[in-house]
Design a protein around this ligand. Structure first.
Ligand code: C5J
Length: 219
């Protein structure tokens, strides 16, 4: 099928596509989490939940595997570089006890995916210590087993974990399509710049398209 994407149409075969939903976790999206502790307005990220849910639903119906990632660390913080934990002056650091349990720690309520986007049985959930979902995870071998060639991306934040993962995927030979209204940043100008960077120079990182355009093609 052909997606009317930017900077030019993208041919996608659902049999060799997968959707990756990046870090739609309570810690980034709800008040009291890591994102809020850094001084961000989390309502911007909450706003993309319905569009992301529609994209997930459409991919499930089209038989496209849905993969979810969570940025989080082991309870002993052995996979959290001190440089990451100590950077900046957040009101809560990674591992500190907050309103949703220990911040960005696997198994804590804040590290869970928001209920409206919860994985269903059989869907792959990847806990990742870095910004990119390929780093220190089994995502690469998992996609090789699936025979995936094209990755559809959604999630937060556009210019950090989403763009980093798209770039990792691009270097590994995948075509990447970012769902424009199923991704968001705490900084609107960063989102727009990331979308432009991704599709510049003839899709140097990948393609972008609205959720409705992707769903029309999948239907
Ligand atoms: C950040 C992410 N921004 N998921 N994480 O720290 O983009």
């Amino acid at each position: 099928m052909r997606i009317a994407a930017q900077p030019f149409p993208l041919d996608l075969d659902p049999a060799t596509a997968a959707l990756i939903v990046i870090d739609m976790q309570r810690d980034f999206i709800e008040p009291g989490g890591f994102g809020a502790s850094l001084g961000n307005d989390v309502t911007r990220l909450q706003a993309i939940v319905p569009a992301t849910a529609r994209l997930i639903d459409g991919c499930r119906k089209a038989g496209i595997p849905v993969i979810h990632t969570r940025e989080c660390h082991k309870p002993d913080l052995s996979d959290c570089p001190p440089a990451k934990r100590l950077r900046g002056a957040p009101s809560l650091r990674i591992g500190d006890a907050g309103p949703m349990g220990r911040v960005l720690i696997a198994g804590e309520p804040g590290a869970e995916i928001v209920p409206d986007l919860a994985p269903i049985p059989g869907e792959k959930v990847i806990d990742k210590p870095g910004k990119g979902a390929f780093y220190a995870t089994d995502l690469g071998p998992y996609l090789a087993c699936l025979g995936t060639k094209t990755l559809i991306f959604a999630g937060v934040t556009t210019e950090v974990c989403v763009q980093t993962t798209m770039r990792e995927a691009n270097d590994r030979g995948f075509d990447g399509l970012l769902a424009e209204d199923a991704t968001e940043s705490y900084f609107p100008e960063f989102k727009q710049a990331a979308l432009q960077m991704i599709r510049a120079q003839g899709a140097i990182v990948g393609w972008t398209a609205p959720v409705a355009t992707i769903l029309t093609a999948l239907d």
